[in-house]
Structures are given as structure tokens and as C-alpha cells.
Design a protein around this ligand. Structure first.
Ligand code: SAM
Length: 236
């Protein structure tokens, strides 16, 4: 998927050129290694999210963009964002890791909230086409081994006119040093930093990209699925 040479970050004046990741060759191994890590660290992750206010501050800007009544959160982790909106919508969630799901269930139960959760992968969502009014995805897309397939799935389950609200790490558009280093740090941890704009354009969807933190490295994308299903549009 990478459209840039996978060399060291290049410099042009004060700006740095994005150095996007390559898609992994062995997708199964890539996902299994994340799955093992989340099994080990689910409770630490949950505690960290509860103790570090910055994490929630990065995720909350997604909330005003949710439109109901039916929401799907893919890769909800330990459900800390879900607990902030589940009282207002019919909520469904899918995550890869059984331990993260177990902790999420505890968090929801403690908060007295309901959601229908299941285990699965973003690349093959077990929902019918056009089911959800909004699909939410935070800090997870860069951990998916097949960007095109995952994005197509997130869009497929949206109803026409629905919204995909996605927050993830990427390079800052102005190439500033701090934001670029942060994105690089994420990459060193195993995440895949993609050219999301080009990915959205290839899937023919309109999107807004807002840099909401981390010196421009935390991006909020609001993607709108065409209200007219492809092939049924009015001809010019
Ligand atoms: C960094 S956590 C983010 C959790 C939460 N959304 C947040 O913002 O804190 C990434 C989550 O993605 C899940 N995940 C990783 N690979 C996945 C895949 N291929 N399909 C679905 N979920 C996946 C992990 O189990 C984990 O819960």
C-alpha cells in the first residue's frame, strides 16, 4: 500500500516527507502478534487509559460526530470510549482480542450500560451491508494488516449517508519535527502508518481530516458514505 519509498524520513527545508509503511507480507502473523500482546497487556492498557487523561482527550472529539440510532465500534479495546456514548444509542462492538473484550464487558457492567459485543477482525465484519448509522474506530486502524480490505469493510456495513468516524496516528500535514517523531515512534512499535487520504480517495469516499493533537500526529477523519449507493446515482 505504501506509495513512498520505505527509507528514512526525508527532509525538505523544515518539513519532513511522510515515510509510509509497507503492508505486512504475512497478515496472519502480524495480527497474531498484536493479539498476543493485547492478551498480555489488556489490564495494563485499561489502567493506563483510565490514568492518562490525554488518551481520552484525543478520543473524545469523535463523539460529536456520531449519528444514531445504531452505532458499531470496531476495535473498542476496553470500551472506555463506549461508556461515554452507550447510554444514547443502540451499540454494537467488535474487537480482535478476547481479554480486551472481557475487560470491556466489566467496564460496561460497572457503568450499568449495554452493548452487543463480539470477537472478530476488521477485515471480515460479521454484519449485513448498510446496517449502521455510524461506525467508530479509534487508535486501531494502523494495527490492521490490510488497509484497503478493512476500510472497505468499515464502509460496507455503514448505511448510505452514514459516517465513519476514525481517529488514528499519522504524519502531521506540516511535517513538523515533534509530530513526525511521534508518528515514527508508533511505527517503531509495529503500527502501520498509511497515506489515509489516498486510501479514502481510492475507495471513492469524501472525508474531512482534522489534526486534533500530538503536534498534528493524531488525526480525526470523518468519512461520509455516499447517500446514493454506487451504480444507482442519477446520470448527468
Ligand atoms: C490500541 S487498541 C485501541 C482501543 C480503543 N479503540 C482505544 O482507542 O483505546 C487497538 C485495539 O484493536 C484491536 N485489534 C487489533 N487488530 C485488530 C483487527 N485486525 N480487527 C479488529 N480489532 C483489532 C485490539 O484487540 C485492541 O483492542
Amino acid at each position: 500500500m505504501s506509495e513512498q519509498p520505505n527509507s528514512d524520513v526525508g527532509r525538505t527545508g523544515h518539513h519532513e516527507i511522510p515515510n509510509y509503511s509497507q503492508e505486512p507480507q504475512d497478515r496472519g502473523a502480524f495480527t497474531s502478534s498484536f493479539d498476543r500482546a493485547y492478551t498480555r497487556f489488556a489490564r495494563v492498557y485499561d489502567l493506563a487509559v483510565k490514568l492518562v487523561p490525554l488518551w481520552k482527550a484525543w478520543l473524545r472529539p469523535a463523539l460529536p460526530h456520531l449519528q444514531g440510532p445504531r452505532i458499531l465500534e470496531v476495535s473498542f479495546g476496553t470500551a472506555h470510549l463506549m461508556t461515554e456514548y452507550a447510554s444514547r444509542f443502540e451499540v454494537h462492538g467488535l474487537d480482535l482480542n478476547h481479554e480486551m473484550i472481557a475487560v470491556a464487558r466489566e467496564n460496561l457492567r460497572r457503568a450499568g450500560l449495554r452493548a452487543t459485543l463480539c470477537r472478530g477482525t476488521a477485515e471480515a465484519l460479521p454484519y449485513r451491508t448498510g446496517t449502521f448509522d455510524s461506525v467508530l474506530n479509534t487508535m486501531a486502524f494502523s494495527g490492521y494488516p490490510d488497509a484497503r480490505k478493512s476500510l472497505e469493510e468499515l464502509l460496507r456495513v455503514l448505511r448510505p449517508g452514514g459516517r465513519l468516524v476514525l481517529i488514528d496516528i499519522n504524519y502531521p500535514s506540516d511535517g513538523n519535527w515533534f509530530g513526525t517523531r511521534l508518528a515514527e515512534l508508533w511505527k517503531r512499535g509495529g503500527d502501520l502508518i498509511r497515506d489515509m487520504g489516498s486510501l479514502f480517495r481510492r475507495c471513492s469516499v469524501g472525508y474531512v481530516d482534522e489534526e486534533i493533537g500530538g503536534w498534528g500526529s493524531v488525526h480525526l477523519y470523518v468519512v461520509t458514505k455516499d447517500p446514493v449507493p454506487a451504480g444507482r446515482g442519477a446520470s448527468a
